[in-house]
Write a protein that binds this ligand. Structure first.
Ligand code: ATP
Length: 437
């Protein structure tokens, strides 16, 4: 894990938050490459789950909501973790994360568990009193439930259909840590898929299984190692207050097997509560039967940051690459990212900095920029530049040499096979289109 954290910092994927001021515990900032990777992941998710389907629509709802939302959803009453405190060193732990009654740090005695609410509170306006208290959303889901009627009627959707949202969520976690795995500010990609009230368990189970399978397919799409992904059927007595069935997709992180994503059958819990507490009729008018019904919900939920972590952990690899010396090789780090999400997709490299080469090479880079994420790099030896691109996961390096000026061809090098091919500049666009398809 230290290796991954150091790598992520060195290459500009992820930095410790507020670092020049000594940091802010468990906060992280995404650097240039991390930002591109994150955006590419979110774009791929949106394409797959929203734009790629006829039964999904997207929303972006406010982070701060009327506190009554959190009363109705049950978060104010039950979004708690059990907290224990060490009598000696005063460190606090999540009771379900420690074994026995002894402090894992100093062997002091741990207190009885008490419930700690994870909602992050702030105040709207200049007066800090209870009447102005609001909460940063701990999940993006509720913004979708409270807009169910608005969205359904304005988009004229019929059941089944789903809503999706990507955005930040905040939880005052007792024990954040493990890099970007558990932070107090994080991003989610969530889906609420609304179905007609099921006539039998089979009706919702079918939809649940469909989404669960698609979550696995998504993992493969972004390069998460399928062998490291495991389903955990959450036991009945551990289900969240709203859930009738939950399956966690767990991942083998460098620090152990922990949750990556989750899928829950939330029944009509949320719409029912919001309807009761708001007094608004949130039922759906079935155009065939003319009956008003309360839809049920299947919720697949994905953490953006845990996706980044699982992708980096899955794609990080070390092997050997030949050096300039005949028959010699050296260790190389290679990030085997899927082409679609690589922060740099094509590196354009002139063999020499001389203007005869760098000029046309920059032009070539610019001509590819509309379609791909491109980096132009002319510093250091070509071997070092290849190594650097391998390390950040660039699928293709396009190199121009002095022969290119004569034969109008470039060398395309493949990250994974390290094979090199001479391609006519006139054919380069088609060559790349085929490989990125
Ligand atoms: P955990 O058991 O790890 O606390 P959870 O079951 O509370 O997670 P959910 O409420 O299901 O998590 O949240 C949906 C998704 O949001 C999770 O699957 C995860 O990917 C992400 N997530 C939740 N909490 C955090 C966090 N503190 N930091 C980063 N990502 C998180």
């Amino acid at each position: 894990m230290e290796q991954l954290v150091a790598f992520a910092k060195r290459r500009g994927f992820i930095f410790p938050g507020s670092e020049i001021y000594g940091g802010l515990a468990n906060s992280w900032d995404y650097g240039p490459l991390g930002t591109e990777l994150r955006r590419a992941i979110k774009d791929a998710w949106w394409k797959r789950f929203v734009q790629g389907r006829g039964d999904m629509v997207g929303v972006e709802t406010a982070l701060l909501m009327n506190p009554k939302v959190w009363e109705a959803s049950g978060h104010l009453a039950t979004f708690n973790d059990p907290l224990v405190e060490c009598a000696k060193c005063k460190e606090r732990f999540r009771a379900d994360h420690v074994e026995g009654t002894v402090c894992p740090n100093c062997a002091g005695k741990l207190s009885e568990a008490r419930q700690f609410n994870l909602m992050m509170k702030t105040f709207l306006g200049p007066v800090e009193d209870a009447a102005n208290a609001v909460y940063f959303r701990p999940e993006t889901a509720q913004g979708m439930f409270v807009n169910f009627k608005n969205v359904q009627t304005s988009s004229r959707r019929r059941l089944p259909f789903g809503m999706a949202q990507v955005g930040k969520a905040f939880r005052n976690e007792i024990t954040p840590g493990n890099f970007i795995f558990r932070t107090r500010e994080f991003e989610q990609m969530e889906i609420e898929y609304f179905i007609a009230p099921p006539k039998s368990d089979k009706d919702w189970q079918k939809v649940f299984e469909h989404w669960l399978a698609d979550m696995h397919a998504w993992c493969v799409e972004v390069g998460i190692d399928a062998k490291r992904v495991h389903e955990l059927e959450v036991p009945k007595d551990e289900l969240a207050h709203y859930s009738k069935r939950t399956v966690d997709l767990e991942f083998d992180y460098p620090f152990g097997r922990k949750e990556l994503y989750g899928i829950a059958y939330r029944t009509d819990f949320d719409l029912k509560n919001h309807m009761e507490k708001s007094g608004e009729d949130l039922r759906y008018l079935d155009p065939e039967t003319n009956e008003k019904v309360l839809p049920h919900v299947i919720e697949p939920t994905f953490g953006v940051d845990r996706t980044v972590l699982a992708v980096l952990a899955s794609c990080y690899d070390e092997d050997k690459a030949p050096t300039a010396e005949e028959g010699e090789s050296e260790a190389r780090v290679v990030l085997r990212l899927p082409k679609k999400i690589a922060p740099v997709q094509i590196a354009v490299l002139p063999l020499s900095k001389k203007i005869e080469l760098s000029g046309p090479c920059q032009e070539l880079a610019q001509s590819l920029r509309g379609q791909y994420r491109v980096e132009y790099d002319e510093t250091q030896s070509i071997g070092k530049r290849y190594r650097r691109q391998d390390e950040i996961g660039t699928p293709y390096c396009v190199t121009m040499d002095f022969d290119s000026l004569e034969d109008k061809k470039v060398t395309v090098r493949d990250r994974d096979t390290m094979s090199q091919e001479r391609v006519a500049i006139a054919d380069l666009s088609a060559y790349l289109t085929e490989r990125f398809a």
